[in-house]
Design a protein around this ligand. Structure first.
Ligand code: DGY
Length: 320
């Protein structure tokens, strides 16, 4: 690759053939480790770059952007981009790309995996068996929530929320949803947020993390939910007040939670969430299928190449 090519810093090895495609257009400076670059490395390696392909684990703040005078595009391999100061990038005329759409089904599938697992106590039941506690078929043992006829409250009725609703139909679940703007849908009914909390057997979150959604689910909201209700979060950890969820689970304000995301990731070993009852935790794997991750990587590369060429990005993030 000649030095006339623009230089792109890529903060992690990308799945599929995306890096090969990128290297046809740019000199690729690839962070080789499995763990993300420390912030100082991120700043230093981006400083001389024309393009940046980053992950949700990278803090792309105003200082980093200011310290990269040649930077022409920031391309995030994720739909969410709360780790990026989009306003600061736009002030410098740097477009920010993201990867909406391609991860909708994978994330909706994982949401349902959590709903099923928490409702039917799958992990607890497996532990029960492996611990040698299975002595008989028990008419009262490990009873869970019947999904047929249950009400699912979907908070945020964008692409992923609607994909979750489509799956719910197959289970005979009634859908209600809350959204900041009106959405017409042939599935379910739009209701006020507070009404959704009161009526739902399962509340699932599908809003982006932004100032208006920070700790959207806190003490007041958890106390408004049914004592038998379940909380599912495959969006961003910051949407829930985690300390309030821990208290809610200990004190029985709600019956269980399934969380693929946390306020601090990875969850620290001494975090109270790890010992909260009826709490199923996953390591942020909503989009983790081979097909979806390859598509996300390709989209991130497409956005990056467009930005390097001074063309509109196929998918451009907006400031929240
Ligand atoms: C996203 O894309 O924002 C998910 O959290 C990871 O795929």
């Amino acid at each position: 690759m000649s030095s006339a090519h623009p230089r792109v810093f890529v903060t992690r090895r990308l799945p599929g053939d995306a890096l090969d495609r990128l290297s046809q257009h740019a000199e690729v400076d690839l962070w080789p480790d499995d763990l993300p670059p420390p912030y100082e490395e991120l700043v230093a390696r981006t400083a001389g770059a024309d393009g940046l392909i980053c992950m949700l684990t990278d803090r792309i703040d105003a200082a980093l952007i200011t310290g990269a005078p040649k930077l022409r595009v920031i391309s995030q391999m994720a739909v969410g981009y709360d780790n990026i100061d989009v306003g600061a990038a736009m002030a410098r005329g740097i477009p920010v790309g993201n990867t909406p759409g391609v991860l909708t089904d994978a994330t909706a599938d994982l949401t349902f995996a959590l709903i099923l697992a928490v409702a039917r106590r799958v992990v607890e039941a497996e532990r029960f068996l492996r611990d040698g506690r299975w002595q008989t078929w028990d008419p009262n043992g490990l009873l869970g929530l019947e999904l047929n006829g249950a009400t699912l409250g979907i908070v945020g009725y964008g692409k992923i929320g609607q994909a979750v609703a489509r799956r719910a139909v197959g289970f005979g679940i009634n859908v209600v949803y809350a959204n900041r703007s009106p959405v017409t849908s042939d599935i379910g009914e739009q209701v006020e947020f507070d009404e959704l909390l009161r009526m739902s057997d399962i509340v699932t979150l599908h809003v982006p993390l932004m100032p208006q959604t920070q700790r959207l689910i806190g003490t007041r909201e958890l106390q408004a939910m049914k004592a038998t209700a379940l909380l599912i979060n495959t969006a961003r950890g910051g949407i829930v007040d985690q300390a309030a969820v821990v208290q809610a689970l200990h004190e029985g304000w709600i019956a269980g939670a399934g969380l693929d995301v946390a306020m601090v990731e990875p969850i620290p070993a001494d975090d109270a969430l790890l010992s909260a009852p009826n709490c199923l935790l996953l390591p942020h794997i909503g989009s983790a299928t081979t097909t979806t991750r390859a598509r996300m990587a390709n989209m991130a590369v497409d956005n990056c190449i467009a930005g390097l060429n001074g063309e509109p990005l196929p998918n451009q993030a907006r400031p929240s």
